[in-house]
Design a binder for this molecule. Structure first.
Ligand code: HEM
Length: 509
């Protein structure tokens, strides 16, 4: 299949039709590549096709670990339902999303501050987005910053280990082709993956220990997802596997979607200007707030269009037939691996006009959404195994993209023409941008022109209830104030200034 099986299989579907199958070792692989095929696989036959098919190198292929898993649970049994319900209540409910909002805002603010400091330099924006989203997710799950402000810290190790994990799990191996070899681990892959996992688990080991100790002393607080797992009596083994699975499910996918959206907007200047107009008209010079992003139709259309062209998980997660069934009159034998090529569907010229161009307008007033009901556009899958993380994604991804597009003018290193931005893809279970997105940030002039006086710095310090900030922190707040924009500066002066800033000494940064 080569390095880009999504493209190869899309072109084969043009010859062999929307449902095709081929043998891989002793197993049969079925690929659906049209909205009708997707609907039959994910809706009509969901009952028989909702089991997962896993590489034997994946730890969850062992029954002992599988019972800890949501995304790789072999079947949609009661344990899988229970774990999904915990995630729904503690991560994706309105209450949970509301309490995570501060974490997302804090990390986006850090990202903006970093860009401000590095203005004019060539930056690896792919890395910056990854670091921001990994830090956010680690804080939501177990309240830890794994990356420091300059990108160093435990996050570097996590990134390396997760990269190795994915590489091994994605590499074809003999035991997957010939299941008779299961249990022998002749290529030593299972052992390697186990070791990688154990190393990752050490990152939050002390936090779990500390929290258990607190609970033993009856100090019961619920600050994050880890507290919820402890409160529900989860073992350390179970917590380790759940945290790792959610980190991996959430971070790479959201990072990939964000990178592609930014790249698409850099390359397509007309869309970028339309988006800027929408943001300027509605929020002016303010820093965007997370709840506002739902009100911007063009922003939402840009993200959908980007995911149509670059679905982060192009084949969804592989399914397995638990019973022999039919899809578009083709027989799918029990035990077959079933894939849905969403990349092929997103580029299908019989479904989309001018299918390979970036045209967000096609989503305006179209009613098409990615909630699993419109089978021509299913980047999050559909049916009972559909991605449960959608409520987080719809807040996090547009928020980061809008912030990056609103306050900053971007240029490309070495040359000026944005249409030359390289958009090559590479398949690595996810659909990654082959080259990291390298850009030069420039803070927009009208934002730079805002004068932040000493009073405002003091005011913000007082408002944040940290009256004794050191110099560096005050400077950081000063930069934050610049990003907060003119209106906020004006609002915070005068009478309010006096009531918040009774002591002149606070303004001496
Ligand atoms: C842009 C970001 C994301 C994309 C494109 C995405 C896409 C997907 C896809 C295609 C699936 C498989 C669906 C199927 O088999 O029909 C999936 C499953 C899953 N996703 Fe996401 N996802 C994203 C973000 C997240 C986030 C933020 C979380 C959690 C915080 C998450 C957690 C999961 C889990 C737990 C599953 C397994 C569900 C199951 O098998 O029951 N995802 N995702």
């Amino acid at each position: 299949m080569g390095r880009n099986p999504h493209i190869k299989l899309a072109s084969m579907a043009q010859t062999y039709g929307p449902v095709m199958s081929f043998r891989l070792g002793t197993g049969l692989v079925v690929v659906g590549s049209s909205p009708k095929a997707a609907m039959e696989i994910l809706k009509t036959q969901d009952r028989f096709l909702c089991a997962r098919r896993l590489s034997y190198t994946h730890p969850a292929s062992s029954p002992k670990v599988n019972k800890f898993s949501v995304g790789f649970a072999n079947e949609c049994n009661d344990q899988w339902k229970y774990l999904r319900s915990i995630c729904r209540a503690e991560l994706f409910s309105n209450r949970a999303l509301q309490s995570q909002m501060k974490i997302r805002e804090k990390n986006v603010m850090k990202m903006v501050r970093y860009l401000h400091e590095k203005e004019g330099q060539v930056l690896n924006i792919s890395e910056l987005i990854f670091n921001t989203l990994l830090n956010t997710m680690c804080n939501i799950l177990f309240s830890m910053d794994v990356f420091g402000p300059e990108g160093g810290g435990k996050g570097v190790e996590v990134k390396k280990l997760v990269g190795k994990f994915v590489k091994i799990v994605a590499t074809p191996n003999l035991a997957d082709l010939f299941p008779i070899l299961h249990g022998w681990d002749i290529q030593g892959m299972q052992k390697k993956v186990r070791k990688i996992n154990e190393k990752i688990f050490t990152i939050w080991k002390d936090i779990i220990k500390e929290r258990r100790e607190k609970r033993r002393r009856n100090i019961l607080t619920q600050e994050d997802f880890l507290d919820a797992l402890l409160g529900n009596g989860f073992s350390n083994d179970h917590i380790n596997h759940m945290l790792l699975e959610l980190l991996m499910a959430a971070t790479e996918t959201s990072t990939t979607a964000t990178i592609w959206a930014v790249a698409d907007l850099i390359k397509n200047q007309e869309s970028r200007h339309k988006l800027s107009d929408e943001l300027n008209k509605n929020i002016g010079n303010h820093m965007i707030k997370e709840p506002e992003i739902m009100d911007f139709p063009y922003l939402q259309a840009c993200l959908k269009e980007s995911m149509r062209l670059h679905p982060p998980v192009p084949f969804l997660l592989p399914r397995r037939a638990t019973e022999t069934c039919k899809v578009m009159n083709f027989t799918i034998p029990k035990g077959s691996q079933v894939l849905v090529n969403t990349w092929a569907m997103g580029r299908d010229p019989t479904v989309w006009v001018d299918s390979s161009s970036f045209k967000p307008e096609r989503f305006l007033d179209s009613g098409l959404d990615f909630k699993g009901n419109d089978f021509e556009f299913i980047p999050f899958g559909s049916g009972r195994r559909m991605c449960p993380g959608l409520p987080i994604v719809t807040r996090q991804v547009p928020y980061v993209v809008a912030t990056l597009m609103h306050k900053i003018t971007w240029s490309l290193p070495g040359y000026n023409d944005p249409t030359e931005l390289n958009m090559d893809e590479v398949y690595h279970l996810e659909l990654l941008k082959k080259e990291p997105l390298q850009l030069i940030p420039k803070i927009k002039r009208e934002v730079q022109a805002i004068k932040v006086d000493r009073g405002l710095i003091a005011l913000q310090a007082a408002k944040s209830k940290l009256p004794h900030l050191d110099y560096t922190e005050k400077k950081a707040r000063q930069r934050e104030s610049v990003f907060a924009g003119i209106t906020e500066v004006t609002e915070l002066q005068g009478a309010e200034y006096k009531s918040y800033c009774p002591t002149a000494s606070l303004g001496s940064a």
